[in-house]
Each structure stands twice: as structure tokens, then as C-alpha cells.
Design a protein around this ligand. Structure first.
Ligand code: ADP
Ligand code: MG
Length: 329
């Protein structure tokens, strides 16, 4: 099983950022509305995440680290309507096979917390009592300590942290209802409170994307009553600035995606109105009937397939086109 886990780990665990992505998704799946991340040395030395979610029972603790142990698919039909972010049951097993991992959890209402530890191998299921508030902590130390080949592919601390930070930003933009904190080498990088109101959401956007973006962005909120499609968010005027090149966030039902239909529609809308500028910056949220979108196209889940891609494309194009045209000086 150890070998199998390490092979599987190649698919999931590429670098610290991929660990953080999986752990963040687990915390959010657990219903947490507060997630704290502590990172040392770009995540290679330490990734510690703590959430206040539903926790894991004592019996399930060792199970959570074994392959294909997911609590998220009860019936096969569930695959049709996956509401949670993770559903493969491999992330923790994979991560634990290439690091020193400690999983500590306390379920709400329980007196005590429990902990399991692994060191890059199948666990001996030693469950020890621990002190922990309600929720779950995962501590990942010395990533790839036992897989030097993979460790060799890691870039500088700065680069690894940049990737990791990007993962946190995406989650933070996708879930305004969750508070996030990120520290790197003891320094606070993001301190984001729950954002329930419009003003708080805008404050979060400014904090994550920079106030220059928000100050110059146009607000979008459009609903097509017939199709039930809704697009809301912020779009900026395109610039030539390279620094904005990666400020393109598109969420479908709360999930960040990269999709040809979407990027084409956005680009077309911009180009139709403005002939200058290369890098449209946007943070956009598309909401639609989950039955109209297939999220299981790719295991990394950044891809979707729209059942009615023409409809989606036209709606995006028309909406963005109108907003840009109205704002044009
Ligand atoms: P998946 O998320 O695909 O189910 P994972 O390996 O990421 O697989 O996690 C395995 C299981 O461990 C989850 O299904 C869940 O039951 C439990 N788990 C992991 N992280 C948490 C967490 N932060 N809070 C509560 N349960 C968790
Ligand atoms: Mg998961």
C-alpha cells in the first residue's frame, strides 16, 4: 500500500501548494467557517492548517489516512451531484505517504480530541489523546523527505510560497463566508474576516486582489430569469500591465474553474468594445443550476463542462459587453 500511495501521491501532491489545496478543501467540506494556515519555508518545512469544522470521530481518524477512504460518497449516484470539493478519498493518504503528518481532531460536543501520526508510511493506527479545540488540525512536516526525486523538483521558497498563496487566494475569493488567516514564517500574509455584506466582500477583494483593482473595477450583477443564470462580481479595464495578467478568477457555483467557453466569451466581450489592453482583470461568479454543469471532467476539478455551453457563452458575452460598453469613457 505504501508504494501505491506514493504513486497516487504523484498525481495529487506535486508541491506544497497542492497539499494546501487539498487540506483547504477538506476544511471547507467539513463546514468550517474559520481556517488558519501556518506555513514555514514555503510549505516544505511546515504546513499547518486548523479549522473549526465538524471534525472526525476517533474511529475514523486512521481511516481518514487510508486510501479511498472518503466519507463523501455514499451512493454511486452521488457522483452525479457532487456538492463537496473532495470525493476521491486519496488526498490525505497521498500526503501522508510523502511527509510527516499529524492529524488531530475534536468533534463538536466531544470532551476530548484524538490524534494520529504518520511518517511516510502506512500507519500503525496509534490513536492518542490530544488537546485541541473543536475542529481539525493537519500538520504536514518535511514534505518529500522520503522522495528525494520529487523534492528536487521544488523551486525556491519564494516561488513555492507564491503558488501556495495563490491557492489560498482562490479559496478566499470563492468563500466569503469563511474567515481565513495565512502566516508565512511567522508573518501574517492574509487576515480575512467573514464577509457577509457587500462592503465586506469588496474589502476582501481589495485585500486579496489589491485596492487598485477594486477601485477601478466595474460591478456586475446580472440575472437571466429564463435560464436561471446569474453573473456577479467585478471586472476591471484591461491593462498592459503584466502584474494583472493573473488576476482572472472565474467561479462556477463557488468553484474556481478555467474553461475555454468562459475565457472566450470574456475575451470577445472585451475585444468587441476595447481595442487596447491585453490583460482583462476580473473576479466573476457564475451561478447556475448544478444539473447544467458537469464538474467531474478532470480530477483536479478546475475544469467543467457546461451542458448548454452556447447559452452560457452568450450570457457571459452579453453581460460583460454591456458593462464594459456602459463604462467606456
Ligand atoms: P476526500 O476529501 O476525497 O474524501 P481526503 O483524503 O481528502 O479524501 O480525506 C479523507 C476523509 O477524511 C474525508 O472524507 C473526511 O471524512 C475526513 N477529513 C479530512 N479532513 C477533514 C477535516 N478538516 N475535517 C473533517 N473531516 C476531514
Ligand atoms: Mg479531500
Amino acid at each position: 500500500p505504501r508504494l501505491a500511495n506514493q504513486i497516487a501521491a504523484g498525481e495529487v501532491v506535486e508541491r506544497p501548494a497542492s497539499v494546501v489545496k487539498e487540506l483547504l478543501e477538506n476544511s471547507i467540506d467539513s463546514g468550517a467557517n474559520k481556517v488558519d494556515l501556518e506555513i514555514d519555508q514555503g510549505g516544505v518545512k511546515l504546513i499547518r492548517i486548523r479549522d473549526n469544522g465538524g471534525g472526525i470521530t476517533k474511529e475514523d481518524l486512521p481511516l481518514a489516512l487510508s486510501r479511498h477512504a472518503t466519507s463523501k460518497i455514499i451512493e454511486l449516484e452521488d457522483l452525479e451531484a457532487v456538492a463537496t470539493l473532495g470525493f476521491r478519498g486519496e488526498a490525505l493518504a497521498s500526503i501522508s505517504s510523502v511527509s510527516r503528518l499529524t492529524l488531530t481532531s475534536r468533534q463538536p460536543g466531544n470532551e476530548s480530541a484524538w490524534q494520529v501520526q504518520t511518517e511516510g508510511r502506512e500507519m500503525d493506527a496509534v490513536i492518542a489523546p490530544a488537546a485541541h479545540p473543536e475542529g481539525t488540525s493537519v500538520e504536514v512536516r518535511d514534505l518529500f523527505f522520503n522522495t528525494p526525486a520529487r523534492r528536487k523538483f521544488l523551486k525556491t521558497e519564494k516561488t513555492e510560497f507564491k503558488h501556495l498563496d495563490e491557492v489560498v487566494k482562490r479559496q478566499a475569493l470563492g468563500r466569503f463566508d469563511v474567515a481565513f488567516q495565512l502566516r508565512h514564517n511567522g508573518k501574517v500574509i492574509h487576515q480575512l474576516r467573514q464577509a457577509d455584506s457587500e462592503i465586506e466582500r469588496e474589502r476582501r477583494i481589495a485585500s486579496v486582489c489589491g485596492s487598485a483593482f477594486v477601485d477601478n473595477a466595474m460591478k456586475v450583477d446580472m440575472e437571466a430569469s429564463a435560464s436561471g443564470l446569474r453573473l456577479w462580481g467585478w471586472i476591471g479595464m484591461p491593462t498592459f500591465s503584466r502584474s494583472q495578467a493573473d488576476l482572472q478568477y472565474f467561479f462556477v457555483n463557488g468553484r474556481i474553474i478555467r474553461d475555454k467557453v468562459v475565457s472566450h466569451a470574456v475575451r470577445q466581450a472585451y475585444q468587441d468594445v476595447l481595442y487596447h489592453g491585453r490583460h482583462p482583470a476580473y473576479v466573476l461568479y457564475l451561478e447556475l443550476d448544478p444539473a447544467l454543469v458537469d464538474v467531474n471532467v478532470h480530477p483536479t476539478k478546475h475544469e467543467v463542462r457546461f451542458r448548454e455551453s452556447r447559452l452560457v457563452h452568450d450570457f457571459l458575452f452579453r453581460t460583460i459587453h454591456r458593462v464594459i460598453a456602459d463604462a467606456r469613457p
